[in-house]
Design a protein around this ligand. Structure first.
Ligand code: NAP
Length: 248
């Protein structure tokens, strides 16, 4: 059976590195983005140039119709999805909780939590042996923030990732007998543009001395962990949350 993966937020950072690596492992790849169309098309172009199959999929993971539409396009153009990487995520300006607006909190939880839930729901509907499919794997991209809590900058973000950890544990048990594994990675400080979005482009450099390995991680190092979790080498691994954080 051909392997097909939908990677949310596949246009940049960890998602783009995962898209390239998945294609190198023989997956046909759905590369989701919400704004960065050129970046998504570049990832697709790189995969095609290397002889792989990929499509760019515009869609906001917090919008149900967009999510359903993405899964339908993947099924039609690449084949039934066998893997989902729930990677799309946002941070907002560093702030204390007392300064956070309701609008900000709604957006944070809509993208990071509702988005992951909607995508996981569509994946289960399309992968479960109860629905006549052959099973699959869902890899959630959580964050070490769920353990540390991110005081003074992103308590909202950290809590959104706490929800992802809980969903990983619960959904894994819910669908374990239906051929679907549900797992997660918790990256630490990784060199992507997300830190600029949070208002501190040099955040990785500032915090690197706090990491036992004394450095930030590369997106490709997280992608390697995701690809192992997706692979048959991880066939008895479900409900597991793998820290990829240099010891942080
Ligand atoms: P990034 O470079 O900022 O990329 C974020 C990706 O998510 C982009 O592809 C973006 O699409 C997409 N995205 C954002 N909102 C979306 C939405 N509503 N619908 C669909 N796609 C959306 O971030 P990253 O650092 O690679 O982060 C990827 C994941 O790793 C996130 O879940 C993040 O929380 C997690 N993480 C990152 C770190 C780190 O240090 N970098 C650490 C722990 C966990 P566009 O390109 O179209 O904007």
């Amino acid at each position: 059976m051909s392997r097909v993966v939908l990677i949310t937020g596949g246009s940049r950072g960890i998602g783009a590195a995962t898209a390239r690596l998945a294609a190198a492992h023989g997956y046909a790849v759905g590369v989701n983005y919400v704004q960065a169309e050129e970046a998504a098309r570049n990832v697709v172009g790189e995969i095609e140039t290397a002889g792989g199959r990929a499509i760019a999929l515009r869609g906001d993971v917090s919008k149900e119709a967009d999510v359903v539409g993405m899964f339908e396009r993947v099924a039609e153009e690449l084949g039934p999805p066998t893997a989902l990487v729930n990677n799309a995520g946002v941070v907002m300006a560093q702030a204390r909780l007392e300064a956070m607006s309701a609008e900000r909190l709604e957006r944070m939880f809509a993208v990071n939590v509702m988005g992951a839930f909607l995508c996981a729901r569509e994946a289960v509907r399309r992968m479960s042996t109860q629905h006549g499919s052959a099973g699959g794997v869902i890899v959630n991209v959580s964050s070490g923030a769920s353990r540390r809590g991110s005081p003074g900058e992103w308590v909202d973000y950290a809590a959104s990732k706490g929800a992802i950890d809980s969903m990983t544990i619960g959904l894994a048990k819910e669908v374990a007998a239906e051929g679907i594994r549900v797992v997660a990675v918790r990256p630490g400080l990784v060199k992507t543009e997300i830190h600029t979005a949070g208002g501190e482009p040099a955040r990785v450099e500032r915090m690197a001395p706090l990491v036992p390995m004394q450095r930030g991680g590369e997106p490709g190092e997280v992608a390697e962990a995701i690809l192992w979790l997706m692979s048959s080498a991880a066939s008895y691994t479900t409900g597991a949350i793998l820290d990829v954080a240099g010891g942080l």
